[in-house]
Design a protein around this ligand. Structure first.
Ligand code: NIG
Ligand code: FE
Length: 415
C-alpha cells in the first residue's frame, strides 16, 4: 500500500464519479483539506480527512508513507490531443512566422506538416522512438498521466504505420496511459498535389485497413479545415474508419467555419478539437451531442491566432476540455500546467474550470473518464503531489514554475 498523508488539499475528489462536467458545473470542484489518500496496487482505494486516518506508527511501518505537509495532490493531467511522435523540429518556420508569414502560407510553400513528413520519412523507427521517448519523459515530469498521440506526419502507408508502431512501443514501455489516433488525413502529400481525392482514396482503401490489421489505433482523425480536407472528404474517411471500429476525434474549425464541428457531431465524434471558429450554429450542434468540445490554447497562442469563444460555450451549457496539441508546428510544448494558465489568462476561464478541463473532461475526450481524470475509489492511481503551494489557484497563476514535486503512475512513484 502507498499512503499519502497530511495533504494540504486533495483536489478533484469524487464520491459519485461523473463522466464529464458541463456548463456552470465546470466552475465547481470538490476538494478535501488536510487529507489522506491510500493507493492499493495500481488503484485509488480510500481517501478522506486526516481526522479519520486510522494507521498507528507500527502499522505505518508496513507500508510506503509519503508525508505531504504543505503540498496538494491532483489527479494527473489527461492530455487528449497531441502529435508528440515527430522527427526533428521546425524552429526555422517559427522564425518565418515572427517575420510575418502565416501558418497557411508556410504550409502552401511545402513547409508545415509536409516538412515534418519529409523529416519523418528520413528517420528510422528506433530514432523516432527515442525522440518521442524524451518528450514522454518530459510530460510525465510535468504531471501528465494519460496522453493521446496521433499519427499524421507519415502521409504514406508505410510511414503512417511506422509512426503508429512507435506509439504502440511507447504504450508497451512507459507507465503513462496512451491512446493512439490514426490521422492519415492530416495534409495532402506533395506527390498528390491537385489529386486530393486520390489521396483520400488511399487513406480509405489502403491505410485504414492496414492500421486495423495491425491493431494500431483506437481513434480516427481528419484535419477538416480550410486549405486541408473538406467536409465531404471527412465524411468518407470517418465512415470508412467507423466500419473498422475507430471512433472519430477530429480537428475542426481552427482556420475557418469549416463545417468540421457539425460533421464530427454527425458521426458521433468523441471530441472535436481547436474550435477557434465557433458560432451559434456550431454551439447548437454541440449542445445536442455527446461530443466533447476541446480547445488547444497553446496553438492559438503560438500562432498568434484568434481565441475560441469559450465563455459563450460554457454559458450555453457545454462542457469544455483543454489539451496541449504538442506538435512541432503550432504548439511545441506538452506542458499542461501552462495550458491551464493559457486557459485562465487568454480564454478567461476560472481556475476551477481549467482544472475540470485538464482532468475529467480531457479524460472524456480520450475515452477514459471511467478510469482517469479524478480522485475516485477504483480509478487508476495516476496522481501528482505539488511542491508546497498556497492554494490551487497558485497552479495556473505561477505560469512558468514547475510545481510538480512527485509523480505517481499506476500506484508507483516515478523516480
Ligand atoms: O493541431 N492543425 C493541424 N495539425 C496540427 C499542426 C501540425 C503541424 O503544424 O505540424 C495542429 O495544430
Ligand atoms: Fe492537432
Amino acid at each position: 500500500m502507498l499512503i499519502i498523508k497530511n495533504i494540504k488539499q486533495l483536489i478533484q475528489v469524487e464520491n459519485k464519479p461523473k463522466l464529464k462536467v458541463c456548463g456552470s458545473e465546470m466552475s465547481k470542484i470538490s476538494t478535501i483539506e488536510n487529507a489522506f489518500l491510500i493507493i492499493e496496487n495500481d488503484l485509488i482505494s480510500v481517501f478522506g480527512k486526516m481526522e479519520s486516518y486510522k494507521f498507528s506508527s507500527v502499522e505505518e511501518k508496513k507500508h510506503k508513507i509519503i508525508d505531504a505537509t504543505g503540498k496538494m495532490v491532483f489527479p494527473s493531467f489527461c492530455d487528449s490531443h497531441t502529435h508528440l511522435v515527430y522527427a526533428g523540429s521546425r524552429e526555422i518556420e517559427y522564425v518565418d512566422k515572427i517575420k510575418g508569414l502565416s501558418y497557411e502560407e508556410i504550409a502552401k510553400r511545402g513547409g508545415g506538416i509536409l516538412n515534418s513528413a519529409k523529416l519523418l520519412h528520413n528517420t528510422s523507427e528506433d530514432e523516432l522512438y527515442n525522440q518521442a521517448l524524451a518528450r514522454i519523459n518530459e510530460i510525465i515530469s510535468f504531471g501528465t498521466g494519460a496522453v493521446e498521440i496521433k499519427s499524421g506526419y507519415g502521409l504514406s502507408t508505410d510511414d503512417e504505420l511506422k509512426m503508429l508502431r512507435v506509439i504502440k512501443r511507447l504504450k508497451e514501455t512507459k507507465p503513462i496511459t496512451i491512446k493512439a489516433t490514426f490521422l492519415g488525413a492530416h495534409a495532402v502529400p506533395a506527390e498528390y498535389k491537385g489529386r486530393q481525392t486520390d489521396y483520400v482514396d488511399l487513406v480509405i482503401n489502403e491505410m485504414i485497413p492496414s492500421v486495423a490489421y495491425e491493431d494500431l489505433a483506437d481513434y480516427i482523425d481528419v484535419f477538416c479545415d480550410k486549405g486541408f480536407f473538406t467536409t465531404e472528404d471527412t465524411e468518407r474517411i470517418l465512415m470508412a474508419g467507423i466500419k473498422y471500429g475507430f471512433k472519430p476525434k477530429i480537428h475542426a474549425n481552427e482556420l475557418d467555419y469549416s463545417g468540421g464541428i457539425q460533421v464530427g457531431v454527425k458521426y458521433g465524434a468523441l471530441s472535436v478539437d481547436h474550435l477557434e471558429f465557433t458560432g451559434d450554429d456550431e454551439i447548437k450542434a454541440l449542445k445536442d451531442s455527446e461530443t466533447m468540445p476541446t480547445l488547444l490554447p497553446g496553438a492559438a497562442f503560438f500562432l498568434g491566432m484568434v481565441d475560441p469563444p469559450v465563455r459563450k460555450m460554457i454559458d450555453a451549457g457545454l462542457p469544455v476540455a483543454l489539451a496541449s496539441d504538442f506538435n512541432p508546428g503550432s504548439s511545441p510544448s506538452g506542458n499542461m500546467k501552462f495550458i491551464m494558465s493559457l486557459g485562465c489568462i487568454k480564454l478567461r476561464m476560472l481556475p476551477e474550470e481549467v482544472i475540470n478541463a485538464v482532468t475529467i473532461n480531457s479524460a472524456y475526450a480520450m475515452g477514459i473518464s471511467e478510469t482517469h481524470g479524478s480522485i475516485a475509489k477504483g480509478k487508476i492511481a495516476n496522481v501528482f503531489i505539488t511542491k508546497p503551494i498556497s492554494s490551487y489557484e497558485f497552479m495556473p497563476y505561477a505560469y512558468s514554475s514547475n510545481l510538480v514535486d512527485t509523480v505517481i503512475l499506476n500506484g508507483k512513484v516515478i523516480e
